[in-house]
Ligand binder design. Structure first.
Ligand code: ZN
Length: 116
């Protein structure tokens, strides 16, 4: 686990997160594929939103279980909120929005969102 800071482009939304980037994913669903996310999933307790809660706009689709959140100023989607199978809060981190991460070193697995 390592601590990272991340957020949107205009810096209205900023957060701190503890994550293990040895496990990252891309998703093949109709939403994530065009967005091009590289994702990491963390428990809700590992995520701290430092600023920007009031700047977030929420988008839900399909089973409406995941809150896809984007900054209403710059449109960047730096994280999302959902729950795991047991109902615990889970945060999806858009790894592309973290500072100091060399994306070329990541080996991302495939998340089969298309068939969920
Ligand atoms: Zn922004």
């Amino acid at each position: 686990m390592q601590k990272y800071t991340g957020g949107c482009h205009c810096k209205a939304v900023q957060y701190e997160v503890e994550a293990d980037l040895a496990q990252t994913f891309t998703c093949n669903c109709s939403y994530c594929e065009p967005k091009g996310f590289i994702m990491a999933f963390v428990p809700g307790a590992s995520f701290t939103l430092l600023s920007g809660e009031e700047m977030l706009t929420e988008y839900r689709f399909n089973k409406k279980k995941i809150a896809h959140l984007f900054c209403k100023v710059c449109g960047v989607q730096s994280f999302g909120r959902g729950t795991d199978d047991a109902g615990n809060p889970t945060v999806m981190i858009n790894v592309r929005c973290l500072q100091g991460v060399d994306l070329t070193t990541l080996k991302s697995g495939m998340f089969d969102g298309k068939n969920m």
